[in-house]
Design a protein around this ligand. Structure first.
Ligand code: NAD
Length: 508
């Protein structure tokens, strides 16, 4: 984005910013009924930002009641899709008008570099919401193939009340991925942001109401996962629940559903994604750039982070050398400083966990070739890009999703072995493959067990392509693309008898 601000301008916004702290329920900021709050910190400085409402089951019940009433009223659910589109486009315009405030808010709350918040998170959030707004009035139903005596209509209707439980790594964007299609389809929506990063979700809800989304239709409810997340998962009057987060917590939502009303559940979960570099890979400078971006972007707190580099022995030394040169360009530090590519980890607890993995990598015998020590920047939680060479398949850093800036480099003796190593994981979210030979690249792409495979680049596709995981990385459906609507629409068959009735002579 060309209109990024200077350090001084971001500082000025941060100084004046007001931190939303109450839940957004039924069209207004609302504290928890219990009055409870929890402290919210800026992980880059350790400073307290605000006290956030710690909602509980009774707050969830109220939000669900209001959502159901709004759905039944038809104020949004039965509105013409083109009108829903107009309102959502207005919402996107309001995001654009408030983009710097939102970018700074996201950065303060999460430790992400403010430039990424402005040029990636916010841009993609707006694009996603606009995409689903535009799709709202272009979705057609189907008619079944029948004889002339019947007509089978296959129609899709909004499910009713949708809950979206979000992670902390892309707070605004994950909201858009889920609330975008859910709202465009006509549902009432309750969002539960991650406890660490609630502030932008709250501002987005405030702007949604300003754009014209009716009060009972969109809520953001803050609080702990084990309380608010669980209450949503177990609620008997929520029809669909879309979750992004860890595999461990994702499993709980299947239990919650089984024990309550069998609500639809869609899970987007963790990953231990490989970047596979075959022996015939060319343009190793470009490959190195992708490898560094894939692993370290967003401080590695990315479900599609390519945290394993699996590289053929013939190109390994040259590639690693180039990776080490590239990674030096990625400066880590104050997220409000535009020249920093990496900011702070999201919290002290997460920082400690990632540092624990680095310690394990050293103890288990991997060769540390870059980073490996926390940065001493004030009271922040900064970890520089860390690279381990000579990682073997049984080492903890080759197996666990670290969710931090840690790259495990594994050398393969053949292309077959590289693909085999890549699939040796319980996860299956994303994989990247690099090869100059189309046949090898496509064969490899087919063999890799992942919901998204990128060829000669790192990525996740874009908003037009479905996103989700195989194996322990996902369940029940996909975000993004038109496929995301499946989470928020129910299929109904309407069978119409068109046969000629014989006219009863007596009645006739
Ligand atoms: P998390 O599973 O700890 O939390 C996710 C959400 O679940 C939060 O809103 C949290 O409050 C809530 N929650 C926590 N405990 C709960 C419980 N007992 N019952 C109900 N809800 C509960 O995950 P996280 O730490 O926020 O995010 C990191 C994880 O998310 C990583 O594993 C990452 O790979 C995954 N992730 C996946 C994708 C994807 O699209 N596949 C995208 C981003 C992140």
């Amino acid at each position: 984005m060309s209109d990024l601000l200077t350090r001084e301008e971001y500082d000025a916004i941060a100084k004046e910013i007001s931190c939303p702290s109450n839940s957004w329920i039924n069209g207004k900021y609302t504290g928890a009924r219990s009055g409870k709050t929890y402290e919210n910190f800026n992980p880059a400085t350790g400073e307290k930002l605000c006290d956030i409402a710690a909602c509980e089951t009774e707050d969830v019940d109220y939000a669900v009641k209001k959502s159901r009433q709004a759905f039944a009223s038809g104020s949004w659910s039965r509105r013409h899709p083109s009108e829903r589109k107009e309102v959502m486009i207005k919402w996107v315009k309001l995001l654009k008008r408030n983009r710097y405030e939102l970018a700074v808010l996201e950065s303060l709350d999460s430790g992400k570099p403010v430039c990424d918040c402005a040029s990636i998170d916010l841009e993609e959030t707006m694009h996603c919401l606009a995409w689903y707004a535009e799709a709202a009035d272009k979705i057609y139903d189907k008619i079944a193939p029948t004889q002339d005596d019947a007509m089978g209509l296959i129609v899709r209707e909004p499910v009713g009340v949708a809950a979206c439980v979000l992670p902390w790594n892309f707070p605004m964007l994950m909201l858009a991925w889920k609330a975008g299609p859910a709202l465009a389809a006509g549902n009432s929506v309750i969002v539960k942001p991650a406890g660490q990063t609630s502030m932008t979700a709250l501002r987005l809800a405030e702007l949604a109401i300003e754009a014209g989304i009716p009060a009972g239709v969109f809520h953001v409810i803050t609080g702990g996962g084990a309380v608010v997340g669980k209450a949503l998962g177990e609620h008997p009057d929520i029809d669909t629940l879309s979750f992004t987060g860890s595999t461990e917590v994702g499993r709980l939502f299947l239990k919650y559903s089984a024990d309550s009303n069998l609500k639809k559940v869609t899970l987007e979960l963790g990953g231990k994604n490989p970047a596979v570099v075959l022996s015939d890979a060319e343009h190793l400078d470009a490959v190195a750039e992708h490898v560094v971006n894939a692993c370290f972007w967003n401080m590695g707190q990315n479900c599609t982070s390519n945290s394993r580099l699996i590289v053929h022995k013939d190109v390994k030394d040259e590639l690693l050398e180039k990776v080490l040169i590239k990674v030096r360009e990625w400066r880590t530090g104050d997220p409000l400083e535009p020249s920093n590519r990496l900011g702070s980890m999201v919290s002290k607890a997460h920082f400690d966990m990632v540092m624990g993995y680095i310690k394990k990598g050293k103890a288990e015998g991997a060769t540390l070739v870059h980073g490996g020590e926390a940065l001493n920047v004030g009271s922040g939680c900064f970890i520089p890009p860390t690279i381990f060479d000579n990682v073997t398949r049984e080492m903890t850093i080759a197996v666990d999703e670290i969710f931090g800036p840690v790259l495990a480099v594994m050398t393969a003796g053949s292309n077959e072995e590289a693909l085999q190593l890549a699939n040796e994981t319980c996860y299956g979210l994303q994989a990247s493959i690099f090869s100059s030979n189309v046949r090898n690249a496509l064969r490899g792409a087919k063999e890799l067990q992942a919901g998204t495979v990128t060829v000669n680049c790192y990525g996740e596709g874009d908003i037009s392509t479905p996103f989700g995981g195989m194996k322990h990385s996902g369940f029940g459906g996909r975000d993004n693309g038109l496929e995301a609507f499946d989470q928020y629409l129910e299929t109904k068959t309407i069978w119409v008898d068109l046969s000629e009735y014989e006219v009863d002579a007596e009645l006739g």
